[in-house]
Design a protein around this ligand. Structure first.
Ligand SMILES: Nc1ncnc2c1ncn2[C@@H]1O[C@H](COP(=O)(O)OP(=O)(O)OP(=O)(O)O)[C@@H](O)[C@H]1O
Ligand SMILES: [Mg+2]
Length: 224
């Protein structure tokens, strides 16, 4: 398994109200697998992805990353795994608007060991379908679909084992959505990286190996 969640629970407190979003969830993804995570708005997809991405800590339960139990107390190790083993793509691109395209893509390698791997960044941009002459454009000048491709290139920069994408196509039209997920699928198949994609789109779910649905705090696998 690339990642495994065992008996994960998560509750949020809003004033004196408590909301249990995840109830004793068990979920795992194999290496090389691409899975979709579905469920209505507010069902807990992002909450689960943040825990799987080691961005947030569960109240109880454990995460195993590459069969090692994650110690959420070890912030330094968490940061290292997030930077080197997991790539993130979010709904709102989360690129740095003060930087150009290639600088955004190189960021994870700069964080890792201060290396400016321009050739690799160029190659990744090419593999996600961004033209060479766009590499020095400021990112605020790009369309949503282009930004999401750049975000995907950046997520791949440190050659992660797992890419977590939280509604990566929510702001894109249908054609761009299918395009970007097709690109993800090709990378998944060719480079044997695992992908977990939260989505509301049945069409995208059909492109995945397995589909999971969160409902009422629990998760179940859907028969495709
Ligand atoms: N940090 C937080 N503090 C309090 N409540 C939160 C927090 N994060 C999420 N929630 C609540 O937990 C529930 C699940 O939210 P989550 O963002 O995981 O849903 P989602 O399935 O990703 O929804 P969407 O499809 O709209 O993105 C929601 O009711 C949300 O308001
Ligand atoms: Mg969400």
């Amino acid at each position: 398994m690339i990642i495994e969640a065992r008996n994960i629970s998560k509750t949020f407190k809003n004033g004196n109200k408590t909301l249990q979003v995840l109830k004793d969830i068990n979920f795992s993804v194999r290496q090389n697998e691409m899975v979709a995570l579905m469920g209505v708005s507010g069902s807990g997809k992002s909450t689960l992805l943040h825990i799987l991405g080691l961005i947030n800590k569960p109240d109880s339960g454990d995460i195993y990353f590459l069969n090692n139990k994650v110690e959420f107390k070890d912030k330094k190790l968490l940061a290292k795994i997030r930077n080197e083993n997991i790539g993130f793509v979010f709904q709102f691109y989360s690129l740095i608007s003060e930087l150009n395209v290639i600088e955004n893509v190189m960021l994870p390698s700069i964080i890792k060991n201060s290396s400016y791997k321009k050739d690799r960044a160029m190659q990744l941009l090419n593999s996600v379908g961004i033209e060479r002459d766009m590499a020095y454009k400021m990112v605020y000048k790009l369309s949503g679909g282009e930004m999401q491709r750049v975000a995907l290139a950046r997520a791949l920069m440190n050659n992660p084992d797992l890419v977590i994408a939280d509604e990566p196509t929510a702001n894109l039209d249908k054609t761009s959505s299918i395009d970007i997920v097709t690109t993800m699928r090709n990378i998944n198949l060719e480079e044997r990286k695992a992908f977990i994609i939260a989505t509301h789109s049945e069409e995208i779910a059909l492109m995945c190996d397995r589909v999971f649905i969160i409902n009422g705090g629990t998760i179940s696998e859907k028969n495709n």
